[in-house]
Design a protein around this ligand. Structure first.
Ligand code: GDD
Length: 420
């Protein structure tokens, strides 16, 4: 048997995703019309002998419990949400729930970050992992040398694919091969995590006997014993020890830390639907339904006027109303939004229950589309416009490259502004 664990983090983790993570936990934010976490969940369905999927995080239980029971029924695979009382780190969280994860004595455990967007080639990873014979295999990809520092950089043996060297977000360039945040392990991973926290305890005890002062200066910086990071504490020290191997993907891969990236990832998942789930993509010729161009998702409950023109890269969530003559390009329209006649929305995310007036424009300059600073600072020039929840844009108002926080009404046009 095989089980899969998806790390969903918690409210202190999704801060760069504001204002979209104020009311909806980031893992449930829709990409291509499905919650972010549903894309890895659907990919897990393809793993042979999959027994269970666990989501581990420290988000409030309520929303996740509702979501996991719905998706378990839909996919006919048991999905459970396990809530940590506090953050334990990406490996510590896994270790914390080891008894539940190992309940059915699985031979392999998949571990996935929820904030990555890729094709999740899990069955191929499993096959490769079995031939390598190590403790773990990680998905890796080549990226541009300029962007590599935002990720874990690594060196792998070109023939055996063994992980030889690993550094998490290094300041000086190591390699353009990076960690995708998707792993498969044998149960030996639990012993490896336990060793890290035991060493930490030993060191803390040593300090305690050696000097009170040393203890004070060191433990203030030291991590709690049960906080273990997969990258720094496990991957770095085990590189070059014939325990970890790499599997390189040639498909798409992106990390989803900012709202701007969610627009790009929505496009990638919509494009993937062409091969995996074409029934989810809208088709329309402007006669009875709206004119559709490119990849578009429209929730069945949304009402779109036949004279509207939609796409490419548009996803429209539940109960949205789109008026006559509306034009939508590259945007995510969240639940219960109303877009009135002849409004235009381009390169934007429109928050839940917002309303956009007649002849209004909500847009970003396409040249800067998807640009975001490495620090994830959304004050930096964005190339995206984001309306938080319940924002009203009145008739004939133009909103360009701006972020509007929830519950605001705009009655004058704005450009390059953050409306607090
Ligand atoms: N449950 C739980 N508890 N989840 C956590 C915790 C925790 O204490 N800390 C982080 N996570 C989750 C996050 O939600 C995310 O899905 C994943 O673990 C990794 O998050 P971080 O540890 O913050 O690392 P990162 O996203 O900056 O970078 C990692 O992923 C990159 C790929 O996306 C590193 O492994 C990089 O090397 C890698 O390139």
């Amino acid at each position: 048997k095989v089980v899969a664990v998806i790390m969903v983090g918690g409210p202190t983790k999704g801060t760069r995703f504001r204002p979209l993570s104020f009311n909806t936990p980031k893992p449930l934010f829709p990409l291509a019309g499905q919650p972010m976490v549903q894309h890895p969940i659907s990919a897990c369905k393809k793993i042979p002998n999959l027994a269970q999927i666990f989501l581990i995080g420290f988000h409030e239980e309520r929303e996740f419990t509702l979501y996991v029971s719905a998706i378990s029924n839909e996919l006919k695979v048991p999905v459970r949400y396990l809530k940590e009382d506090k953050p334990h780190g990406s490996a510590g969280g896994l270790y914390y729930f080891r008894d539940m994860i190992m309940e059915d004595s699985p031979s392999h455990v998949f571990l996935l970050n929820c904030d990555v967007c890729c094709s999740f080639p899990l069955p191929d990873m499993l096959e490769a992992h079995k031939t390598y014979g190590g403790m773990g295999t990680m998905l890796v990809i080549k990226v541009s040398a300029e962007s590599a520092h935002q990720f874990g950089e690594l060196v792998a043996d070109p023939t055996t694919k063994e992980l030889l060297h690993y550094t998490e977000k290094p300041e000086t360039f190591v390699s353009d091969l990076i960690n995708c945040g998707v792993y498969i392990f044998t149960p030996e991973i639990f012993t490896a995590i336990q060793d890290v926290s035991m060493h930490r305890e030993d060191r803390a005890n040593l300090r305690r006997v050696s000097s009170f002062e040393a203890l004070q200066s060191v433990t203030s910086r030291a991590l709690p014993m049960d906080f273990v990071r997969l990258d720094q504490d496990i991957l770095s020290p085990l590189a070059g020890k014939k325990k970890l191997y790499t599997f390189e993907t040639m498909d798409f891969w992106e990390q989803i830390k900012t709202p701007g990236m969610s627009l790009k990832c929505s496009a990638l998942y919509l494009a993937q639907f062409r091969h995996t789930s074409p029934h989810l993509l809208a088709a329309g010729d402007g006669t009875k339904s709206a004119m559709i161009c490119g990849d578009v998702y429209v929730h069945p409950s949304a009402k779109v006027h036949p004279t509207a023109k939609i796409g490419p890269n548009v996803s429209i969530s539940a109960n949205v109303r789109i008026g006559a003559g509306v034009r939508l390009i590259s945007c995510i329209i969240l639940d219960d939004v109303e877009i009135k006649e002849n409004a235009v929305v381009i390169h934007s995310i429109v928050g839940w229950k917002s309303s956009i007036g007649r002849w209004s424009r909500v847009q970003a300059s396409p040249v800067m589309q998807f640009r975001y600073s490495a620090e994830g600072d959304y004050n930096a020039k964005l190339g995206i416009t984001i309306l938080g929840e319940a924002v009203t844009v009145e008739d004939e108002v133009v909103v360009i490259n701006s972020i509007v926080l929830p519950n605001k009404t705009l009655n004058v046009s704005v450009q390059e502004e953050i409306i607090l």
